[in-house]
Design a protein around this ligand. Sequence first.
Ligand code: NAD
Ligand code: GLY
Length: 366
Amino acid sequence: MTATARIVDVAGAAPYRIHIGAGLLDDGALLADTLRGRHALLVSDSHVAPLYADRVEAALRAARPGLHLARHVVPAGEAEKTLATFGGVIDALAALGATRDACVFALGGGVVGDMAGFAAACWMRGIDCVQLPTTLLAMVDSSVGGKTAVDLPQGKNLVGAFHPPRAVVADTAALRTLPARELRAGLAEVIKYGAIVDAPFLDWLAERAGALLAGDAAALAEAIARSCEHKAAITARDPLERGERALLNFGHTFGHAIEAEQGYGDGLNHGEAVAVGMLLAARLSATLGLASWSDAEALRTLLLRFDLPVDVPARLTPEALLARMRLDKKAQASGLRFILWNGPGAAQIVADVAEGAALAALRTET
Ligand code: NAD
Ligand code: GLY
């Protein structure tokens, strides 16, 4: 392991460790340490595999010469987080002859992590999955906590399972090849942690915006570790989202509606949609008297500082987004449910939000 690696432990019924550091994808001993059996499937996408898959395979083979290791690469992008690509991973596990002690290594962003993680959750009713996140968003959010899923045309993440990883290995050096837009998308989820549970983190982020956007390694490692500590703590207390874990969905009810309505892979990416969604949720909170309008405006300023979008794409109508939100899995039988804001560092779950208030937030001009 590199000298600079940080570790965040996630407690719970199936505890695991998050390793954060530069060069960890080459650490064969660390990667092989997670293996229980003789079979491993490396799942990646068409952008990430050419950059990193050979190195991961070489590290694993050097550390475990007898390993039966196969590679399965899917096309990149949210539009590929489907039952069809999930089925492709299942077919690859079958072709490998993967046994109950096999391991899936999910090398990529949240799309690969969610889809390959779901395949690991289903193969023989559940085998190990080691998350090897290569986007900032995946390092700070999707690789941690065990939510796995694929999308349906009707909505995001509608088919999935809770399946905690066996380990998370986040090689921060992989962020050097990440497109700037994807880095910013990850920073939206980092801002989310500050917004919902850590007000001083918002100030820290505002001070280091330039360094983070420039890819400063130390600033990014600190942001990743702090985000993972928050996610680890929340998901350890509420692994199945019976309560407080839902706070992690701040901005997601609006964001998922935007993603579904625009079509997966078109327009805003997930982190960008969450950025717009967080501002909409803040405005809805102000409308309902839960947060101040000045807090909502300060959040908008911070998002703009990170070059994140703050407006709903013009072609998406408030009425169409409301219809999507009615379908969202977070809409309970009783009505619309949102994670609303109480100002920096505090959020709450609110059920039965009036549709008129949500429409008003969508219609607020910036
Ligand atoms: P992504 O996986 O589509 O990755 C973004 C793009 O970056 C892709 O084109 C990918 O190929 C490319 N890429 C990845 N790593 C790279 C690297 N190091 N260098 C160059 N290119 C690289 O998107 P994402 O933002 O990582 O993840 C979004 C997904 O995560 C969504 O489907 C969302 O629903 C899901 N998500 C899940 C959870 C969870 O708890 N499971 C939490 C948040 C988000
Ligand atoms: N990204 C929300 C969650 O993991 O619960």
